[in-house]
Design a protein around this ligand. Structure first.
Ligand code: CP3
Length: 360
């Protein structure tokens, strides 16, 4: 998107899409942009209809369906950005690891990576097989043009490595940390391989029209600061820089990261995602005001009565205090039982919020 070419007539019109990208770059905006982690998902009737006829992976691999699900969710909510419908684990397949989503259990990787030999066997030459995600982005970009920001995404090396090693979700990351502490050569090689594949994957997405890339380091909060520095930071930083070199801003997101924010910001990411466990202004101070932040409503607040929900939304907007570089979002993804009208209500609240009124 050409940010220098928005002057149509006398008044500069800040289009919705550019509003989101401008906030990522800490440029002034007419109002705070808003979108939601997992905005397309099972809480939405339209998505459940599609899921009746297709598995999650089928939707991801069919550019027409993936684009439709992405577009429907963004339009129904009236948000400023559309995140492409895909899944974090898709790159595992071309690397040689088969997985499936088992009902109620989440993802299962059939032959998890446990040894140096397993790491050696991983392939890095087949990222082109992920082209279906880029094809879906092309369709979404053709639909929205510059009306909405289009977000591509991938997992961060640490978080993806944890899925590859644990074979699925985990509570204590025992196998991951056993490899990390016990065989730093194999660990380093695993993260290197992930960076190669993810860089090419992101490049496909940017070429297809993604305006911004979000890197999900969802489970990085399982690491101490020392271990984050020693075992995860460097690979994340390389990925962030490689994506920025493609000419788009990067959002770097994790959960339970209060103790890691300063170090996460040192990856150089343009935007740091904040969870809800600390107030937004404290999180932003830890990140440093030289970067933008995204967040940070507790997704379960969407089950609260309207007045409580409104208080929490306003609290976040007041904490941002009109400073350029805030993107309103949740601190983590929307959960399946969430009432869709409450998500729409949050969009209205953010749209209508005026800092002057809130200061009263
Ligand atoms: O609207 C969007 O946000 C885009 C779609 C999206 C999905 N997965 C689709 C999906 C995105 C951005 C993801 C990312 C993702 N996938 C993450 C990072 C985000 C986060 O939550 O931190 C992670 C950890 C995954 C891995 C994953 N995918 C898990 C653990 C699960 C099972 C959990 C569950 O809710 O069942 C999935 C499945 C999944 N990916 C669903 C969706 C809509 C729900 C399952 C379904 O539709 O069958």
């Amino acid at each position: 998107m050409d940010l220098n070419n928005q002057n149509s007539g006398a008044a500069e019109t800040i289009l919705d899409g550019s509003r989101f990208v401008r906030a990522c770059l800490r440029k002034p905006v007419d109002r705070t942009p808003v979108w939601f982690l997992r905005q397309a998902g099972r809480y939405m009737q339209e998505y459940r209809e599609v899921r009746k006829h297709h598995t999650l992976v089928e939707i991801c691999k069919d550019p027409k369906l993936a684009a439709e699900v992405t577009i429907t969710a963004a339009e129904k909510l009236g948000v400023d950005a559309a995140i492409i419908f895909a899944d974090l684990l898709l790159p595992l397949e071309p690397m040689g690891l088969d997985f499936e989503f088992q009902a109620g259990e989440g993802p299962v990787v059939h032959h998890p990576v446990r040894t140096a030999e397993d790491v050696r066997a991983l392939r890095i030459d087949r990222a082109s097989e992920l082209g279906y995600v880029a094809r879906a982005i092309e369709k979404v970009a053709a639909h929205f043009r510059d009306r909405l920001g289009i977000i591509g995404f991938c997992g961060a090396p640490y978080t993806l490595a944890s899925y590859m090693i644990e074979g699925g979700g985990s509570r204590n990351y025992i196998e991951t940390k056993k490899l990390m502490y016990g065989n730093s050569t194999a660990w380093g090689s695993l993260l290197d391989k992930l960076v190669v594949v993810l860089t090419e994957y992101c490049s496909q997405q940017v070429q297809a029209g993604a305006d911004v890339i979000q890197i999900f380091d969802s489970w990085v909060g399982s690491l101490s600061l020392s271990d984050y520095r020693a075992y995860a930071f460097e690979a994340s930083k390389r990925l962030v820089r490689a994506v920025q070199a493609m000419g788009v801003p990067v959002i770097y997101f994790g959960v339970e990261t209060a103790g890691l924010l300063d170090q996460m910001a040192q990856t150089g990411a343009d935007v740091i995602g904040l969870d809800w466990r600390q107030p937004l202004d404290e999180g932003w101070r830890a990140v440093g005001h030289g970067r933008a932040v995204q967040g940070n409503l507790d997704p379960i607040t969407l089950f609260a009565p309207p007045d409580v929900l409104e208080q929490r939304v306003k609290e976040i907007l007041r904490a941002a205090n009109g400073r350029p570089g805030h993107i309103f979002n949740l601190g983590h993804g929307i959960v399946p039982q969430t009432p869709v009208e409450n998500v729409q209500a949050v969009v209205r609240m953010v749209r209508e919020f005026r800092l002057e009124d809130a200061r009263g």
